[in-house]
Design a protein around this ligand. Sequence first.
Ligand code: EPU
Length: 330
Amino acid sequence: MPSLKSYNTFGVSSVCSEIIECTSVDSLRQVLRSNPHACVIGGGSNILLVNDIDQTVVINKLSGIEVKHLANDRVLVKAGAGVVWDDLVNFCVSKSYYGIENLTAIPGSVGAAPMQNIGAYGVELKDVFLDLKAMHRNTQEIHIFNNEDCQFGYRSSIFKNAEKDQYVITEVSITLSRIKRLNTSYAPVQIAVDHLTEDASIEDIRNIIRDIRWSKLPRPSNLGNAGSFFKNPVISDSQFTVLKNKYPNIPSYPAQNGIKIPAGWLIEQAGWKGKRVGETGCHEKQSLVIVNYGEATGREIFNHAINVQSSVKSIFNIYLDMEVNIVGAM
Ligand code: EPU
């Protein structure tokens, strides 16, 4: 049975019955026609394979980047779902198309980006997203979803909720600006910009963010991981007041419907930061990231995540929602 080890950034050695790489919409249609429930993977950077997969796994390799210039110095960039997200970022930076440079160095594919509305350093995909094409698994028809249709939220979209497992994203369009517009709202980015001797360029921002990212987060090529394992929880004002009295240094950010607490802080307080448990554990610099030290099974990583979740719940009475997609946990 073929191994999926090189198809998931956790580096878990699950096997499946067959791996098919789809490089065209027609080949994807053909596979879904015979197996609408095939497991589809993009860059494999936000999944945890808990078991072996007793079926076909499709690797979305739909490629191509197209550019169309629009009025008012706007530019439309259309990319195949199988394009590596960071290749798209680098392409846009090289052309000075402003808008996604803060989303540099995020592992994964273009098609996975809208699934969870990727976000980092003050920017979210939804800020630049125009629309996407997706193939319905049962009818194999292509549907178009605009920004509103996708119901983007913090690390979520309709594809993680009401339309979960119904569609395979085939193409994503974003609109960027050719007029210089930089986002330095994340404090460490502004500090680094202040240290430059000249005005920051789009390349400077990309490089600064790449450096910040890799100074905190382990690279999947060195240490298996899927980025943040949990979402940052949002709690009520009253629950926050109680916690603030008990933990005066608790970090927090205002959120739409309450107060957002960094899950990394909660996990660190619960004693998990840098703690190795067998072949897995929470990373030494960012406890929100669960890592595979080499030979962890998906089940072992999953069990560790459950232990972290229950200890945070019992100490803080806060439930940490998993951000990573769990495949085959039952
Ligand atoms: N913190 C700790 N201990 C830790 C980690 C974090 O105390 O082990 C506290 C610190 O107080 C720190 C605060 O948490 O100031 C925030 O940490 P950080 O700036 O690293 O951001 P985050 O909230 O942990 C989120 C995203 C990241 C994204 C960064 C930067 C989520 C779930 N994660 O992390 O996204 O790169 O902000 O914008 O929202 C990802 O989704 O995979 C991801 C890496």
